[in-house]
Design a protein around this ligand. Structure first.
Ligand SMILES: NC(=O)c1ccc[n+]([C@@H]2O[C@H](COP(=O)([O-])OP(=O)(O)OC[C@H]3O[C@@H](n4cnc5c(N)ncnc54)[C@H](O)[C@@H]3O)[C@@H](O)[C@H]2O)c1
Length: 342
């Protein structure tokens, strides 16, 4: 029997999810919902096979012929909509970030477990073949000990009102790095600023420390001249650059490093810098969103836990909360000369 799905939220991202769902065999996209009539009119033309479009998601959630809902609305609505859907015994996919707070995420996990539902979070990059390839390389131990990671995720716009740049863009970095390292941040130090919309930071620099000692530096911005999606992982044996904007060489492995030999005489140390081959492994070109939606449907059919389940969503929300709290703290300041004298 086909899995019957409805999509709630058809702004910028929701139509991409709907498009991918319509391409999966044995999935019937029964309905779409958005508060904007104009959006719905456009969707009716774009998805003529979807039978129903409505502005009232309560009607959809009450329908017994809908098995699952996909929620792609602004973050502040995720908790309320997902809770309602779970309480109507629907399986639920929520876009990232899972919720606006960890308390909300914890409650959704509890309801999901009590009612035996599937709850999946849209950490799309974990379905990206390039990100998976890097994970495979790290897990094989090819990089040696991981020293540090830097990430640049910047472009011009799109300024959101529902979330600042940390919740919008660093959600991706945290999901990727937590996946690669298998650990959560211990400390986050953030500097950020709201240049364009008052109260909505659009540029932020995050310094992150992990329990293993790995450190990371994340730059996120909606205010940059060009689009950059670049993550560098530096290990003791090898280094990787993952460039998501590259068409042919998304992942490059550098056989580069520094070899250190114990000094033979006191005060003398030997360092030799190694720059060897650069390898670019073949990466499947399948759309990550297709893999993500396929995984959701498989989990519904087989009643298995998604890779990006509620707990995974919660880990990312906790990291985002840390980052935001750190940005709001005043941090350490130089004591001014005047107050020192006083
Ligand atoms: N995984 C990714 O790479 C990725 C990329 C972009 C956006 N997103 C996420 O997708 C979500 C939506 O982002 P977007 O850029 O599409 O936002 P958007 O503002 O373009 O669209 C949101 C839509 O939701 C509708 N909406 C709001 N409240 C609703 C409600 N109660 N019921 C029905 N519809 C409602 C709005 O009318 C709007 O059309 C966000 O959580 C965002 O972080 C994820």
């Amino acid at each position: 029997m086909a899995t019957r799905v409805a999509v709630i939220g058809l702004g910028y991202w929701g139509p991409n999810l709907m498009r991918n769902l319509t391409l999966i065999p044995d999935v019937q996209v029964i309905a779409g919902c958005d508060l904007s009539i104009r959006r719905l009119e456009r969707m009716m033309r774009r998805f003529p096979n979807v039978r129903e479009f409505t502005t009232d998601c309560d009607i959809l959630l009450r329908r017994p012929d809908i098995d699952a809902v996909v929620i792609a609305t602004p973050v502040e609505t995720h908790y309320k909509l997902a809770k309602k859907a779970l309480l109507h015994d629907k399986d639920v996919f929520i876009e990232k970030p899972m919720t606006a707070s960890s308390e909300e995420a914890e409650e959704l996990i509890k309801i999901c477990e009590e009612r035996g539902r599937i709850l999946m979070v849209g950490h799309t990059f974990l379905y990206n073949p390039a990100v998976r390839k890097v994970k495979e390389i790290i897990d094989k131990g090819d990089l040696g000990q991981i020293y540090y990671i830097t990430s640049t995720r910047i472009n011009l716009g799109i300024h959101r009102k529902d979330a600042n740049v940390i919740w919008d863009l660093a959600a991706h970095d945290f999901s990727i790095i937590i996946y690669w390292l298998g650990e959560d941040p211990l400390y986050v130090y953030t500097v950020g600023k709201d240049f364009i919309l008052n109260g909505v930071p659009d540029v932020a620099f995050l310094h992150v420390v992990f329990p293993s000692g790995v450190i990371a530096d994340l730059q996120v911005s909606w205010l940059a001249p060009s689009k950059v999606r670049n993550i560098t992982v530096v290990g003791s044996d090898k280094m990787i650059i993952y460039d998501d904007t590259s068409s042919y060489e998304k992942v490059r492995i550098f056989d580069s490093g520094v070899d250190y030999s114990e000094p033979e005489t006191f005060g003398e140390f030997q360092l030799s810098y190694r720059t060897g081959d650069i390898l670019s492994p073949k990466i499947d070109s399948i759309e990550p969103l297709r893999l993500e939606m396929q995984h959701f449907i498989e989990c519904i059919r087989e009643r298995t836990n998604p890779m990006t389940d509620g707990y995974n969503g919660l880990r990312v929300v906790r990291a985002l909360e840390l980052a935001e709290r750190s940005m709001k703290d005043t941090g350490l300041r130089l004591i001014s000369e005047k107050s020192k004298k006083g």
